[in-house]
Design a protein around this ligand. Sequence first.
Ligand SMILES: Cc1cc2nc3c(=O)[nH]c(=O)nc-3n(C[C@H](O)[C@H](O)[C@H](O)COP(=O)(O)O)c2cc1C
Length: 185
Amino acid sequence: MNETLRVIKRRRSIREYKPEQITDSELEAVLEAAIQAPSAMNQQKWHFTVIQNKDVLAKLTDVARESMKAGPEPMANRAAQPDFSPFYHAPTVIIITGDSTSRFVEIDCSLAAQNIALAAESLNIGSCIMTSPELIFESRKGAELLKELGVPDGYAHVCTVTLGYIDGDSPPAKPRNKEVFTYVK
Ligand SMILES: Cc1cc2nc3c(=O)[nH]c(=O)nc-3n(C[C@H](O)[C@H](O)[C@H](O)COP(=O)(O)O)c2cc1C
């Protein structure tokens, strides 16, 4: 197996992070990988908001807590935990937004997210691609925060990627269904 295949196989969604920050050169390498993703007609109608500021992460956590309070019981209970973090306490959070008028923008942004996750894995950095933060950005406060954070007008949240050094061991791979291939030779 070559290194690319090894990295693809090794990547897991990480939900426990060390508090120490990844280096700027690691972050730049990961972001460069993001924009190397293919995009429909090379439109690149994506935007990456990299958040490492603790106050901003705390603000996003407050908005998430508020939105989740009104949700189903397990969600409300999770948000009520004193150490709740919608981002699993990752020190770096990348919010990926895309131009809502662009037909394939969700695919473009998802490919960029996977590039981020794989580049991170290749650098021994953990990641988790998440859609649940959309709860934050659906709320009025969350939408205002997106604007304050410089997300371009007309761009909406597609997914968020958490990044950080893994605390402990990477979890084992969840089983994959292998009955999903049809060969037409
Ligand atoms: C579109 C998408 C949305 C996801 N949203 C979340 C999420 O909100 N929270 C979370 O903890 N994991 C989320 N995940 C991670 C999946 O749970 C994870 O990829 C899956 O369980 C397989 O595990 P693995 O990534 O470790 O192989 C998401 C993954 C994808 C592709």
